[in-house]
Design a protein around this ligand. Structure first.
Ligand code: IMP
Ligand code: MG
Length: 424
């Protein structure tokens, strides 16, 4: 069975834990978009791993992991992660396949990301992770990117880098008054990684086709979330890739006819890291409480995540765009102890009521959530193993989420450990 796992909010929904649970029943785990802007946190044998680039399935012995063509790769970040895993005794060689069509992140991408963010006026900055993700995808679309497979020929790579760097340096010097980057330094840096990178390079679409034909189970591991998707998210406050279901198709080269199920992951509340409107954001005191209790600090940048009530308007948007078959609800335990819980069911925008997510950012930023209020529960739920062990108010809250999203809940997470999970 081939399954796609999608974030239904602004990322950080807890995909890492769900992937870890589902990876056991999969043979192959695939990343298909984003880069080391992502951070998937997995608790494994009482050890905490934060993976940015390599699929979380690598923690499961014997599974094959694929980094698809839709991912952008910073070789330094990749090999740091390989080293970290190997140090923990996890074998990577022979288990990691990297698409030869995946684009590489160069130092000028990172520099441009930083300079652009730092020079942006108030209200214009995106709050990116400054990992060079956006500029790398921009180059891909502008057809001046450099791919993993391009490293096979040193003369081709040299020629291509010369051509691209000339243009980039002109931009850096003229627009940002920065120092030009040295060709030699970049070339030597990539040359250092070249053979190791090529050892992992593979025709991954063919591999996934053959694996499907051989009845292997493939899990497609999304990064970020629906509202950060460059097309379907809160543009321009988004990442530069397709974090929705289509991204899994184009970003891996699998055909949609080979996909059996799409699973959406959402927190029992909402978080967002970086800039951009967030209608259901908590008032400061409640925000502090949930931030602390939920350890809501970015796994990649360490930034505090903004927190808010569950928003069923964006939830339904995620259901529609991704055709979600089922839901995993994460971090329900963090809401224990709150006297009442709110869910946004609609927005009021310029006096008009809507149940649908508005595409224009100037409308979305004006959205006033219309809330319904549900009774909370006092009990600690972190030990609950079955649906019936959950407090009745927690069950009511979940049932309402299910109803508003018109999608069945199959997983409820009540703690960060593997066994703190209720399967329905
Ligand atoms: P970029 O992906 O670094 O260009 O950042 C663009 C926006 O996406 C910023 O608001 C980031 O905070 C956000 N973002 C990128 N990756 C993640 C993630 O893995 N989780 C949550 N937010 C993310
Ligand atoms: Mg994350």
């Amino acid at each position: 069975m081939n399954r796609i796992l999608i974030g239904a909010q602004w990322g950080d929904e807890g995909k890492g834990k769900v992937i870890d649970l589902l990876a056991r029943k999969s043979d192959v785990i695939v990343r298909y978009q984003g880069g080391n802007n992502a951070g998937h946190t997995i608790k494994f044998n009482d050890q905490k791993f934060v993976l940015h680039l390599i699929p979380s399935g690598i923690l499961h012995p014997g599974k094959i992991c694929v980094i698809g063509n839709g991912v952008v790769i910073d070789p330094e970040a990749l090999f740091d992660e390989v080293a970290l895993l190997e140090k923990a005794g996890i074998k990577v060689k022979g288990r990691l396949l990297i698409s030869d069509q995946a684009h590489l992140i160069f130092p000028y991408h990172k520099l441009m990301d930083q300079l652009k963010e730092e020079s942006s006026k108030k209200g214009k900055a995106i709050g990116t992770t400054k990992r060079g993700i956006g500029p790398c995808y921009a180059d891909k679309m502008a057809r001046v990117g450099i791919r993993v497979g391009d490293l096979k020929s040193l003369p081709y790579f040299k020629d291509r880098l010369t051509y691209v760097l000339k243009e980039r340096n002109e931009f850096l010097v003229k627009i940002h008054h920065a120092k030009p980057l040295s060709f030699k330094k970049i070339f030597d840096h990539f040359n250092k990684y070249r053979t190791r990178l090529l050892d992992f390079a593979h025709d991954t679409p063919k591999y996934l086709y053959d694996a499907t034909k051989a009845k292997k189970d493939i899990l497609f591991e999304g990064a970020q979330g629906t509202l950060l998707d460059v097309d379907h998210g809160t543009y321009p406050f988004v990442t530069s890739s397709n974090a929705t279901v289509g991204g899994a198709i184009t970003g891996s080269g699998i055909s949609p006819t080979f996909i059996d199920r799409v699973i959406g992951v959402t927190k029992a509340y909402t978080t967002r890291v970086g800039e951009g409107p967030f209608p259901t954001q908590f008032p400061p005191k409640l925000m502090k409480l949930i931030q602390t209790k939920g350890e809501e600090f970015g796994a990649t940048t360490g930034r505090a995540r903004r927190c808010g009530w569950f928003d069923a308007v964006i939830g339904r948007h995620a259901v529609r765009i991704n055709g979600l078959d089922e839901l995993a609800i994460m971090k329900l335990d963090i809401l224990s102890g709150l006297p009442e819980l709110k869910i946004a069911t609609a927005y009021r925008i310029n006096g008009k009521l809507t149940k649908d997510y508005p595409h224009a950012i100037f409308e979305f930023s004006k959205a006033q959530p219309v809330y319904e209020t549900w009774k909370g529960w006092e009990e600690d739920i972190t030990h609950c193993q079955r649906w019936n062990q959950l407090p009745v108010n927690a069950r009511r809250y979940l049932k309402r989420m299910e109803e508003l999203m018109e999608t069945p809940i199959k997983i409820v997470s009540v703690g960060s450990k593997r066994n703190q999970t209720i399967f329905l």
